[in-house]
Design a protein around this ligand. Structure first.
Ligand SMILES: Nc1nc2c(ncn2[C@@H]2O[C@H](COP(=O)(O)OP(=O)(O)O)[C@@H](O)[C@H]2O)c(=O)[nH]1
Ligand SMILES: [Mg+2]
Length: 234
């Protein structure tokens, strides 16, 4: 395959980043494809030092939130295909070939799903499971997206999708970006597919999901639902 694949990794104090990079490298070498890795970083620990010593490109994040980091990464990406994945080993690089297969079937965005046959979450407590379940229910209701795991951050975007989006026009800056970007890609006529992933809760470091992120997500779901309702009237 003669494509360039970019891998964007938002990082905010991630102790396991070196392990992740070595796993990605192993998978990409085996696939024998051209690739680059870009970390979009907002850390105040030694994450940047680790990345630098591995020769990984770093974009020091200027914007706010996870959504801001992903937008900066997508805008800077050069790949024909662009992966976004978490830095805490919850997103195992061994699933990368599955995403590429799905892309080859004709999908423009591929989401790694924990909620379809073969997908799974390992290590989450009841609170986190509830937050995720409710977010998916409300988010799907509002956005009209038919896929099973709209909050998943493990994704593959075709470059054409990224080029079609006007990120300046986005209302979200946190985790809610994940649903806004899918909703806009769908509205732009792109095909969104899913592949099953096994998601392991982080073993090191802390989750950055905040109450503010949850609130922004709910607000975004309601806003998307309201917009769809208005559109259905016209
Ligand atoms: N650059 C950047 N990365 C972030 C930010 N918030 C979260 N991340 C990264 O986004 C990924 C997902 O965050 P995480 O805390 O694991 O969320 P969770 O898996 O939903 O609990 C991780 O790689 C984080 O380091 C942010 O504000 N800026
Ligand atoms: Mg995580």
């Amino acid at each position: 395959m003669n494509l360039l694949i970019s891998i964007i990794i938002p990082t905010k104090n991630e102790p396991a980043i070196e392990t992740l990079i070595s796993k990605i490298t192993e998978v990409m070498k085996r696939l024998n494809v051209n690739y680059d890795i870009l970390a979009v970083d907002k850390s105040d620990d030694d994450t940047q030092d680790k990345l630098r010593s591995l020769g990984i490109g770093i974009l020091v994040q200027k914007s706010k939130g996870l959504g801001g980091a992903i937008v900066e990464g997508l805008n800077a990406s050069k790949g024909d295909l662009v992966f976004v994945m978490d830095a805490d080993l919850s997103h195992d690089p061994k699933f990368i070939p599955l995403f590429i297969e799905k892309y080859k079937e004709g999908f423009d965005v591929v989401v790694g799903s924990r909620r379809i046959e073969g997908g799974e979450v390992i290590g989450w407590g009841i609170y986190r499971k509830m937050v995720s379940g409710i977010a998916n229910f409300i988010g799907r209701l509002g956005s009209g997206l038919k896929i099973s795991d709209i909050t998943s951050g493990y994704r593959l975007y075709r470059k054409t999708v990224i080029k079609s989006l006007d990120f300046q026009d986005f209302k979200t800056s946190g985790y809610a970006f994940q649903i806004e970007v899918l909703s806009k890609a769908l509205n732009n006529g792109f095909r969104i597919g899913e592949v099953p992933i096994v998601f392991n809760d982080r073993a090191e470091g802390k989750s950055k999901l905040s109450k503010k992120d949850i609130f922004e997500f709910l607000l975004t779901s309601v806003r998307l639902g309201f917009r769809r309702f208005l559109r259905s009237l016209s």
